[in-house]
Design a protein around this ligand. Structure first.
Ligand SMILES: [Zn+2]
Length: 105
């Protein structure tokens, strides 16, 4: 369950397209962490940096970009679970709450 992903972590680069290159964002992931976009017949994934800039990754064909998108969603979900477990572990009072993915013994 906690295997590291086999695929390399996608490389992010600053999004620097001129505004006249129209971009269409068609999906936004959980928490708005990532955005699935289409531009000039190519697909790409955007994310915001802490400074409010955009970065992009996986630009290209659907079949190239889509698996990266799905992997990012899984990683994001795992991050939620990890944080939830850490929060529960850090507060003994709430230990009676069910841990995600951990059936009661
Ligand atoms: Zn989220």
């Amino acid at each position: 369950m906690t295997q590291p992903p086999d695929e390399p972590v996608p490389e992010w680069e600053p999004y620097r397209r001129p505004p006249k290159d129209r971009i269409r964002i068609t999906e936004t992931s959980c928490c708005g962490a990532y955005e699935w976009a289409c531009q000039g017949g190519q697909f790409l994934i955007l994310r915001r940096t802490p400074t409010g800039q955009y970065e992009e990754t996986a630009r290209g064909l659907y079949r190239h970009a889509r698996p990266v998108w799905q992997a990012l969603l899984v990683l994001h979900e795992d991050e939620h679970k990890r944080k939830a477990r850490a929060r529960i572990a850090a507060s003994p009072k709430r230990r009676d709450r069910a841990l995600p993915g951990n059936p009661a013994a």
